[in-house]
Design a protein around this ligand. Sequence first.
Ligand SMILES: Nc1ncnc2c1ncn2[C@@H]1O[C@H](COP(=O)(O)OP(=O)(O)OP(=O)(O)O)[C@@H](O)[C@H]1O
Length: 318
Amino acid sequence: MIELKNVSKKYGETIAVNQVSFEVKEKENLVLLGTSGCGKTTTLKMINRLINPDEGEIILNGQNIINQNTEILRKGIGYVMQNIGLFPHYTVEENIAIVPKLLKWDKKKIQDRVYELTEKLHLPTNSLKLFPNELSGGQQQRVGLARALVSDPAVLLMDEPFGALDNVTRTSIRKEFKDLEELKRKTMVMVTHDVEEAFELADRICLMDKGNIMQIGTPKELLFNPANDFAKTFLDGQRLALEFKIVTIEDIWEMLPNAMHTTKSLSANVSVWDAMEKLRSTQATELQFSNKTQQYKSASFDELIKAFNQYKNFTKHE
Ligand SMILES: Nc1ncnc2c1ncn2[C@@H]1O[C@H](COP(=O)(O)OP(=O)(O)OP(=O)(O)O)[C@@H](O)[C@H]1O
């Protein structure tokens, strides 16, 4: 769906992006992760031609974007800007309706779609007539997302979409975002410097440093099979928490004790982290789990940890 082939961009002597190549498959969410200045935003902006590369090719749906009219290209790509970037003198409704107006939709169609998104993104209906500065940061962020989604583009580019929010709001909006049906059918490239966010939302992560790709892989690959010292060290601070969040009961299934059928079982899709949280919050001594084939397992806290450690040893030596 999106393919970058040896793409580079320099600013004077600064090599912002160096020979970057990757593919984003249809409906995949690729997260560009790395510290400030590593070239994430430049890479993202080259996909909708807000920046043109010095070298390399970007192919979208089989077509080199350099041969496409930029206006038409951008109409097919939703874009959530860093720091939200709403127009301050436009109302919320006008901000969301910018692209449909450019596309010359009729009034009724625009209004219906604006209302639909307002509901889906949990924005109060009375906010539509307000100006961006009359909304909270979280609400502004939702408007930014509504604006990017309004024409239902197949591709969505997001630059630090939760960057302007405090930690608590950030975590809850991220969770809603993950469950939003409309986003599940998009091909997405998202920029973040937040490791936890990348691991929560990405199908694959592209880890960058000084304009270079250090590793591309699934969250599990980055955690358990780092390609180099940079990739290993980058995650070290949060490694254990990330591992607990990324490994599911399904992954450690074979290492858990069998159990009899029970009506109170949890899905094996939950992460080890969530299972531990559940044990802690309910003060239960053990939990029951069921998988897709109607098998049942049980686990106490100690059994979860033991199975998790066995899984880790096994994965690292694969
Ligand atoms: N317009 C510009 N002119 C000069 N240098 C630039 C320009 N835009 C980016 N750079 C430089 O290119 C490099 C990559 O910048 P880029 O914004 O892509 O990084 P980033 O990883 O997105 O960082 P951040 O998370 O801080 O936005 C940096 O060294 C930056 O200073």
